[in-house]
Structures are given as structure tokens and as C-alpha cells.
Design a protein around this ligand. Structure first.
Ligand code: OAD
Length: 239
């Protein structure tokens, strides 16, 4: 891995699958039991807030029952030990990267553990239910908190920061994402346009697999620790 300094890593639901969190697409996926339009759009929230809050309350509660897996831990190790720039951009709304110890993480689709007050616009850490119309701790108004999740039709977070990192990347790595949702699905092209190498690790080739120089297929819990070892062991021997 000579000549690599800046790394951007994109993660998706597949990295949390071995922790016991459902992915979105495919059999038993989250979108199998729900229509996206019913739970993941601002219009759905306006139409049936109780249904949307219940969907995200259940997912938030599930976080307490799961743990980071070997893939999250390996990325946290890379984050701690990689001397160059590194950014983990996750589409996931769980907190497993942080709980594994990763620091350089950006949640482009928001976080289950954050609430957003539609009255005073404040965002705050939140680990309880939202279905029972709690007061906003900032402004005191009841029933105006929504999950701080980017729904379809809304702008993903941190895009300027992410684009900058993609422009400067020497290596772009995509882990556990189907490549079905933009803008994340287009990150590989942005990074490659600026000359980055591109590596994909997924259970099966993603929709945009042909954009990558290399695709490794298998479970993230096995592939990611092996790749991190490949990245870090030359540094150890050089020192
Ligand atoms: P998907 O459910 O679309 O894709 C998950 C990918 O992970 C699939 O390609 C699986 O083959 C792969 N996978 C499953 N288990 C794996 C494992 N153990 N190791 C490695 N790979 C595995 O999830 P995302 O691509 O993350 O957006 O979905 C992108 C966005 O679509 C989500 O952030 C969400 C959703 O709609 C919003 O809610 C805004």
C-alpha cells in the first residue's frame, strides 16, 4: 500500500449486519416489511407521525441490544493508528463505529441517538423514545422532536466535508453497501476522478462494483480486519 496517505471509507448497513442489525434491501431487510414512503420521508412524518416515531423508536431501542463487531473494531484500530488523513463516512444511523472507538466518523444520514426539535431547530443527544411527545430540553415545547435522520428527499449531512475528503483521497474503500442510494453510490466515481484507488468489500458485488479496481466478496467481519492488517503491518515493520 505504498503512496497512500489519505483514505476515505464509506460504510453501509452490511457492516452492522453481523452485530444483528437488519440491512435495508434483500430478504428480511428493513424495507421488506415497510414501504420507504411510509416511514422514511418528511411526507410520511407529516401524515402519520406515530408510525414513523414507532419505527425509529424500535430501531433506537435495538441499539442497546447489539455490540460492535470485528469490522467496526478493525476500522477503529485503523483510525487510531493510521498516520495520514482518514475519514469514515457512514450511511448508518447506528452508533457502532463510535462504540468501537472510531473518532473520525461522519454520519451522512443522521443518527438514531440524536433528536431534532422542529420548533427551536436544536439537535441533541437522545436515547429514549420519541413516540410519547417529550418536551424539547432546549425550548420546552412538547411533541416537536423528530428523529435526526436524513429521509428521502432531504439533503445528506456533511456533504462539503465529504466531497473535500473524496477529492484528496488516495484510496476509497466501500464496505457493506449495496450502492443503491445516491449520493453515496457516486462517491467512488468522485474519488476515482481525482485518481484514488478504489476497493470494495461486500457480501456480494454491489450495483456499482465495476467502478472499483478491486472487489472482495465475503463477510465484513472477516474481510475488514484482514485489510486493516494489510494496511498497518507495513507501518509497523518500517518503524
Ligand atoms: P443495503 O441494505 O441496501 O445494502 C447492504 C449491503 O450489505 C448489501 O449489498 C449486502 O449484500 C451487504 N451485506 C450484508 N451482510 C453483510 C456482511 N456481513 N458483510 C458485508 N456485507 C454485507 O444498505 P445500504 O447500502 O447501507 O438510507 O443502504 C443505503 C441507504 O439506503 C441507507 O443508509 C438508508 C437506505 O434507504 C436512508 O434511510 C436515507
Amino acid at each position: 500500500m505504498q503512496d497512500i496517505s489519505n483514505i476515505v471509507i464509506l460504510t453501509g448497513a452490511g457492516i452492522s449486519a453481523e452485530s444483528g442489525l437488519a440491512t435495508f434491501r434483500g430478504p428480511d431487510g428493513l424495507w421488506e416489511g415497510h414501504r420507504v414512503e411510509d416511514v422514511a420521508t418528511p411526507e410520511a412524518f407529516a401524515r402519520d407521525p406515530a408510525l414513523v416515531q414507532a419505527f425509529y423508536d424500535a430501531r433506537r431501542a435495538r441499539l442497546a441490544e447489539v455490540e460492535p463487531n470485528a469490522a467496526h473494531r478493525a476500522l477503529a484500530r485503523l483510525d487510531a493508528e493510521w498516520p495520514g488523513d482518514l475519514l469514515i463516512v457512514t450511511q448508518n444511523v447506528d452508533d457502532l463505529h463510535e462504540r468501537a472507538g472510531a473518532k473520525r466518523v461522519r454520519h451522512m444520514h443522521g443518527e438514531l441517538t440524536s433528536a431534532w426539535c422542529l420548533d427551536c431547530d436544536a439537535r441533541m443527544r437522545w436515547d429514549k423514545d420519541l413516540c410519547d411527545h417529550p418536551n424539547c430540553p432546549q425550548c420546552g415545547v412538547a411533541g416537536r422532536l423528530r428523529p435526526d435522520i436524513v429521509w428521502f428527499g432531504e439533503m445528506p449531512y456533511e456533504m462539503e466535508r465529504i466531497d473535500r475528503a473524496l477529492m484528496e483521497a488516495d484510496l476509497f474503500v466501500s464496505i457493506g453497501t449495496s450502492g443503491a442510494v445516491y449520493p453515496a453510490a457516486g462517491f467512488v466515481q468522485t474519488a476515482r476522478y481525482r485518481g484514488a484507488r478504489a476497493l470494495e468489500m461486500n457480501l456480494d458485488p454491489s450495483l456499482g462494483s465495476y467502478h472499483f479496481h478491486e472487489s472482495r466478496t465475503g463477510r465484513a467481519g472477516e474481510l475488514v480486519p484482514a485489510w486493516v492488517e494489510e494496511m498497518l503491518s507495513p507501518l509497523g515493520s518500517a518503524g
